[in-house]
Ligand binder design. Sequence first.
Ligand SMILES: *Cc1c(COP(=O)(O)O)cnc(C)c1O
Length: 453
Amino acid sequence: MIPETVLTKPIERWYQSHPLLKRFTATEELCWCNNELSRFEETQHTLPLSASDIAEATQRLKRFAPYIQHVFPETSVNKGIIESELIRIPNAQRALEKITGRSLPVTLLLKRDDLLPISGSVKARGGIYEVLKHAETIAFQSGVLSKKSNYSDLASKACRLLFSKHQIMVGSTGNLGLSIGIMGAQLGFKVTVHMSSDARQWKKDLLRQKGVTIVEHRDDYGAAVANGRREANELSRCHFIDDENSTDLFLGYSVAGHRLQQQLSEQKIEVSQHHPLFVYLPCGVGGGPGGIAFGLKQVFGDNVHCYFAEPTQSACMFLGMYTGLHDNISVQDFGVENKTCADGLAVGRPSAFVGQVMTSLLDGIFTVSDENMYRYLALMKDTEDIELEPSATAGFPGIARVTSATDNCFSPQLPETAFNNGTHIVWATGGNMVPQRERAEYYHKGKKLENNL
Ligand SMILES: *Cc1c(COP(=O)(O)O)cnc(C)c1O
C-alpha cells in the first residue's frame, strides 16, 4: 500500500519533486542518472578515505596471505590472496543480443566473485578483511605478533586461545554472516551472527556447524543489525562489525580496484577516455559495491563508470541518493516491502556513509525485478554453465539499460561511441556456496519465466 504521506509530505508532492518515485512505488524497473557525478580530480580531496587507506588494506592482506594459505589451502593458487577471475562470456553476450534485439559490439566481462574462496561471495572481500584487521590489532596488543612475524603463527593453539576470549558480532542477510562466521571461527573467535528473516536456512546450518551462534530475527536486515549493535555494546571484548557504517569493510572491498586494473592489463584490455570501463555492481546496504567503486575510481578516475543494481523491492540506495535523505528514509516508508528473492540485496535502508561517498562518484542506479534476476540466472546456466545466486545477476540488465532511450541512464557527457568502445563488467557477487537443491530450484524458476519472454 502506497501511503498518503511520507515524512509529513503528501505522496503527490513527492512525485512532483522526484518523478522517478512514481515508478519506484509501483515497483517498476527504473534507471536513475546521478547529476552530482563530478570529475574525480575535483572531488578526490573531499572524500573521507584516500588511496593511502587502500594501500594500507592491501599491505595488511599481504601480511595475512601466508596464514590464509595455511588454513584455507584452496587459496594456494593465489598464494593466500582472496581474488577472483575476470572472464569473457561470449555465449551469454550473444543471447543478450537476441533478447534485447540490438547488437552489443562491446567487450563484456564477468567478475567471478561468486567463486571467491572461503565464502563464495563478494563478502569474502570486506567481511574477511575486517575480521583479520581486528585479529591483528588484538595480536599486536598482546605481543604475540608483529608486522615482521610469519602470520601462519596465528593458527597456533596459543593464538586461538587468545582470540577465544574475544567476541565478534554482526547483523546480516546471510552472506556477510557466512564470511565473518567462517573466518572468525577459524581464528578462534566467539562469533554471533544476527540473521534477518531473509537468511537462507543452509547458511544458518553451515555456520552452526562451525560453532557460530545464530540469532534469528523475524524482521528484515535493519532490525538484525540494530539488535546486534545493541547487544554488542553491552558486552566487553566484543567487536561489532557494522555493515551500515564500517570503513574497514569498505576498504576491504576497495582493494578490488587495483587488482582489477592488473587483470585488465594482463588481458591487454585498454581503459582510457576512448575505451571507458562500465561496471555494474549489485547493491544491498552499499558497502560492497561502494567500496569496489571507490577503489575503481582511485585507479581509473573519470574513465570508469560505476552503476549500482538493486531489486525493485529493495531500492534503498536509489531512494537515499535520489532524495538526498540517505538513511533518513527507507523503502518501507513508501510502502515498498523489501521482499525479494535476492536475499543478498534485501535491504530497506541504505548506508548513509556509502551514499554520501558515492554522491560525486556514481554514474547511476538501475533496478531489476525478481523475475528478471531469475531469467538471467537461467540464461547464465544455459549459455555459460555458470550458476549464480539471484543477487549476483542484478548487474546484467545494466548493459542494455544504461543506453536505453527511455531509461536514459547514460552519462550525458559521453558520446555514444564510448559505450560500444567500452569494456563492460558485470560483477557476479555470489553463488558458489549455494547447495545443489537450491540451485536447481532457482534455475527452474528462471526457466519457467524464460518461456514467457
Ligand atoms: C551483500 C551482497 C551484495 C551487496 O553488498 P552490500 O554491501 O550489501 O551492498 C551483492 N551481492 C551479494 C551476493 C551479496 O551477498
